[in-house]
Design a protein around this ligand. Structure first.
Ligand SMILES: [Fe+2]
Ligand SMILES: [Fe+2]
Length: 317
């Protein structure tokens, strides 16, 4: 166990601790020489770091994602805490504890997974049931599904985040069916369960959260499409139009080309899936910004690059 976590750091404190070096960039100083702008992360959060000439050579040999032992001091700069680095060196990954670095869910993931299971069991269409069974009988894949985050940074960026996000999408789907009765519930539930299945392989989450190489090369929409298409092939007589609709829902769930979808939603279930997916990711960002700033005097969050706005944080007058 670490003894210092990002969350507990205070201005004036000395730091002697292991973090993940989550970002590094080396910059030239105006008058010659170089300095490094860094970011250190553990399970409790991230903090900026700054390193001057004397450590730049040590930083040159490090990569983002390395575990590093940092000695430095905590300062306040522009209303934010940062670590001024005195020395930094790489630590072998096998000398670190995964629990120190991976953010965990606030809720019981097994419980959330059981809720997904109960939605799965409500699917009556035999082909969709067979398809879901093919995924859920794959123990290795399900173990990964239960651990995977839903994002590296943006939303549900913690172990089990994919399960929580998927469960929320299913809860929303269930409610929306009571408003738009024309919805094909089986299709919406199946696509809801599988829409982000590609995230199982989009990220690495053994000791730190990051994109995997397939994640960077293909992304979860394409990976998910492939996983679903492959399994459909194994099911005899899977109807062609059902296959097409389900695959379209995976491809279009981000809704817009600029949000990574190669197709815009072209029918009711696809449109609804996109909006509930979008709603859950954005609602989670708003909730976690409030939580992060709880007890602080702040009225507004920092600018959120994904939502492209600051978030109002006060809950009371
Ligand atoms: Fe997605
Ligand atoms: Fe999603």
């Amino acid at each position: 166990m670490k003894s210092q976590y990002v969350e507990g750091l205070e201005s004036g404190q000395t730091v002697k601790e292991v973090f993940v070096l989550s970002r590094r960039s080396i910059k030239d100083k105006k008058g010659g020489g170089a300095y490094a702008v860094l970011e250190f992360t553990d399970r409790s959060g991230s903090i900026e770091g700054i390193a001057w000439d004397n450590t730049v050579d040590d930083i040159n040999v490090l990569s983002a994602g390395d575990f590093v032992f940092v000695v430095g001091n905590v300062n306040e700069y522009n209303d934010r805490l940062q670590i001024v680095v005195n020395s930094i060196k790489r630590v072998p990954e096998n000398e670190t504890e995964p629990e120190d670095f991976l953010p965990q869910a606030d809720e019981d993931i097994n419980h959330a997974f059981e809720e997904i299971e109960s939605f799965r069991k409500q699917v009556k269409d035999t082909h969709l049931r067979q398809l879901l069974d093919a995924f859920f009988d794959d123990k290795e894949l399900i173990e990964k599904f239960k651990r995977a985050p839903a994002a590296k940074r943006v939303h549900h960026a913690y172990l089990g985040g994919l399960v929580v996000h998927t469960r929320n999408v299913l809860r929303l789907a269930d409610k929306i069916k009571t408003v738009y009765e024309a919805l094909n519930r089986d299709l919406l539930i199946t696509a809801g369960i599988l829409h982000d299945i590609g995230k199982v392989y989009e990220y690495i989450y053994a000791r730190r959260l990051d994109f995997s190489t397939p994640g960077r090369m293909l992304g979860h929409i394409v990976i998910g499409y492939e996983l679903v298409a492959e399994r459909i092939k194994q099911i005899p007589d899977f109807p062609g139009s059902l296959r097409l609709r389900l695959l379209h829902m995976i491809l279009s769930h981000h809704g817009e080309y600029e949000w990574g979808s190669p197709k815009q939603p072209k029918f009711l279930e696809a449109l609804v899936l996109h909006f509930i997916d979008n709603l859950d990711s954005k609602a989670e960002i708003m909730m976690s910004e409030r939580k992060k700033n709880k007890g602080m005097e702040k009225e507004w969050s920092d600018y959120h690059p994904y939502l492209e706005r600051e978030i109002y944080l006060r809950e009371e007058d």
